[in-house]
Design a protein around this ligand. Structure first.
Ligand SMILES: Nc1ncnc2c1ncn2[C@@H]1O[C@H](COP(=O)(O)OP(=O)(O)OP(=O)(O)O)[C@@H](O)[C@H]1O
Length: 251
């Protein structure tokens, strides 16, 4: 099934765009320039992986592109919206309606069943109870957890917990899905399953999936790999042809 909202952003338009962004952190006497004039486009409907050594700025870049953090200077566009122009409320609404997140530590509520974890944000989005239940069931089925919906996090394996977290993000039917080190707490087999699911989501739902990781196992599964070091993109490599040819037809 193709996500209907994916059609709102033409495929030749980057889903995410960073233009000359700068970001520094100051703590006490220490000034850390994390991103220093970084420019980047992320295409819709692909799994893009940002890899690089610890501390190079991957998570900061992800937080900025998803509207969780502000830049010091430069522009960030997501689905054509200029994130810097949105006030806090509009930004929250944008994130609720258009983005999903998957984190290294799963971020699940200990007291809720898998089904309730997925259903909860859908209620906040204002969906009817029936629609929320339908989406929750469908998303859990899609990540292979139809038989585990009643279990709480303490009763699930690490890989299953991460699949619940993915189902929770997926059920929102977001155009943008952000994953920060989604496999680093998992063994090889579970890590492989998670990246396969993320890849499938990008291709079957038209979702733009941006994943940061220093896990080298993920590289071969991404459509595009950006290698980052010291806050800069060192290389930009496609592992397969883009979904559409973005080049202008020569006249
Ligand atoms: N809130 C903050 N306050 C101060 N410094 C920060 C903050 N967030 C990040 N940094 C610093 O910015 C730099 C980049 O951090 P970031 O988390 O983006 O790197 P990363 O590539 O994702 O690393 P890792 O792979 O270890 O998660 C690091 O030096 C980090 O210490």
């Amino acid at each position: 099934m193709t996500h209907p909202a994916a059609a709102t952003v033409p495929l030749h338009t980057p889903a995410l765009r960073a233009e000359n962004i700068r970001k520094a952190f100051v703590s006490g006497q220490q000034h850390t320039q994390v991103l220093d004039g970084l420019t980047l486009d992320i295409d819709a409907g692909e799994l893009t992986l940002i890899s690089g050594p610890s501390g190079c700025g991957k998570s900061t870049l992800l937080a900025i592109l998803s509207g969780l953090q502000k830049v010091d200077s430069g522009r960030v566009q997501a689905l054509g919206s200029e994130l810097g122009q949105l006030d806090l409320r509009a930004l929250e609404r944008f994130r609720l309606q258009h983005t999903g997140f998957v984190f290294q530590g799963f971020n699940l509520f200990p007291a809720l069943s898998a089904f309730e974890q997925v259903e909860l944000p859908l209620n906040h989005m204002g969906l009817s109870r029936e629609e929320a239940r339908r989406r929750a069931q469908q998303s859990l089925e899609e990540v292979g957890l139809a038989h585990r919906t009643r279990l709480r996090p303490s009763e699930l394996s690490g890989g299953e917990k991460q699949r619940v977290a993915i189902a929770r993000a997926l059920a929102k039917e977001p155009e943008l899905l952000f994953a920060d080190e989604p496999t680093s707490a998992l063994d090889a087999a579970n890590g492989q399953m998670i990246i396969d699911i993320l890849h499938r989501i990008a291709h079957t739902h038209g979702t733009t999936v941006l994943c940061v990781s220093h896990d080298p196992r993920l590289v071969v599964h991404a459509d595009r790999v950006l290698a980052m070091e010291d806050g800069r993109i060192l290389s930009d490599r496609r592992t397969r042809a883009p979904l559409v040819d973005n080049k202008e037809t020569p006249s």
